[in-house]
Ligand binder design. Sequence first.
Ligand code: NI
Length: 145
Amino acid sequence: MKPSASLSRFSLSMPADLACQLDAMVKAKGYANRSQAVAELVRSRLVECAAEAGDQVIAGTITLVYDHHKHNIQGLLTDIQHDHAAVLIATLHVHLDHHNCMEVLAVRGRARDVRQVADQLIAAKGVRHGRLTVTTTGEHLHAHG
Ligand code: NI
């Protein structure tokens, strides 16, 4: 939270075993207390919800792993990326081993546009694994305290 952000105080009820698991997570992950852990969970869920709303601007990364020998995969991925240049802001290419490449694409744009390009890239023939990870642009969420 920003230093100036005011705190809202309220009580929560949840099943005892869930509270127990929460306490175990607080300890394991090194949160200062339950409140910090719950605030973090709420923030994560808010980011996910924003990603489901088509017009919200989101940021994130698309990670792809593929065998660069297969199916002209690099040409195909490049074509898709050129078609969505407005959403793709940076690319990192790592040669993992003799066959496999990993690409990490930084993306920012309307949720529906980001999802569209992610779906196309992940579904491209020859991609072995792909994932879109969504984060927030930071505009509507407070940072950690
Ligand atoms: Ni490579």
